[in-house]
Design a binder for this molecule. Structure first.
Ligand SMILES: Nc1ncnc2c1ncn2[C@@H]1O[C@H](COP(=O)(O)OP(=O)(O)OP(=O)(O)O)[C@@H](O)[C@H]1O
Length: 231
């Protein structure tokens, strides 16, 4: 279990997350929903220790990680696929994937067999530069880089944003397989409610830096979606 308890988070003097408490059960997909600018990305960054400051507790199993530096959280098994992918365009596909392996606790520097299985195109083009890939392929690369860390938990920030519709379904299938077949715990920031309903076991709805509703995905009503997500 990953659990946030009374978490506040800040960029410099901007107070973004307010009293966020959330339980993320092992082996489940938790969708984080809400309008633009409500703090969904900040929630993921806070889990990785990438905001300027936080108060409150973050527990991973029996370990308190809320004061740990980012690399220790990565070694503890949390991998992050940021919004916009953030791959390195001048690095090859191989180099981009292997960057993730530096977070492995066991020191292995390899491309895991799972990456080869999920992303044959990447494996057949390991020496090409990341920058020549399409948006959807770059998203696959960012997921592959996260998997190279051999994580227990993967944080995905709007993985389908800016991706051509033909690839969206492929990415969605990968996310579902990572959970259902590999057993990864997933936190998914998502604007597409129907995909969230398909993929997730649980949801957390955010508004103005707070969680305003959370529970089983079956409890996510259309009225809630309308109230907290309609623009
Ligand atoms: N580095 C930063 N410094 C100061 N404020 C920031 C920073 N990054 C984000 N914010 C502010 O924090 C608030 C929450 O932003 P965040 O990106 O977490 O929201 P979001 O729900 O993920 O939105 P989106 O869907 O647009 O990514 C916004 O008001 C934003 O302007």
């Amino acid at each position: 279990m990953l659990a946030l308890s009374h978490v506040d988070s800040f960029y410099d003097r901007s107070h973004i997350l307010h009293d966020v408490s959330l339980d993320v059960p092992d082996g489940q997909v938790t969708a984080v929903l809400g309008r633009n600018g409500t703090g969904k990305t900040t929630l993921l960054k806070t889990l990785m220790g990438l905001t300027d400051r936080m108060d409150g507790q973050i527990r991973l199993g029996d370990q308190e990680i809320g004061r740990e530096p980012t690399f220790r959280r990565a070694r503890a098994g949390i991998a992050y696929v940021p919004q916009g992918r953030e791959i390195i365009p001048d690095f090859t596909i191989r180099e981009n994937i292997l960057m993730g392996s530096f977070a492995r606790a066991d020191g292995k520097r390899e491309i895991p067999p799972l990456v080869a299985e999920l992303f044959p195109y990447l494996m057949n083009n390991l020496d090409r530069n990341g920058g020549v890939l399409s948006g959807g392929q770059q998203q696959q690369l960012a997921i592959a880089r996260a998997l190279a860390a051999n994580p227990r938990i993967i944080l995905l920030d709007e993985p389908n944003e800016g991706i051509q519709p033909s690839i969206v379904e492929e990415i969605e299938q990968v996310i579902i397989r990572l959970n259902r077949e590999i057993g990864l715990t997933v936190i998914l920031v998502e604007q597409n409610v129907s995909f969230a309903r398909n993929a997730a076991h649980r949801f957390a709805m955010m508004e103005k830096g707070r969680i305003v509703a959370a529970g089983e995905i079956s409890e996510l009503t259309d009225a809630m979606v309308h109230r907290h997500m309609a623009v």
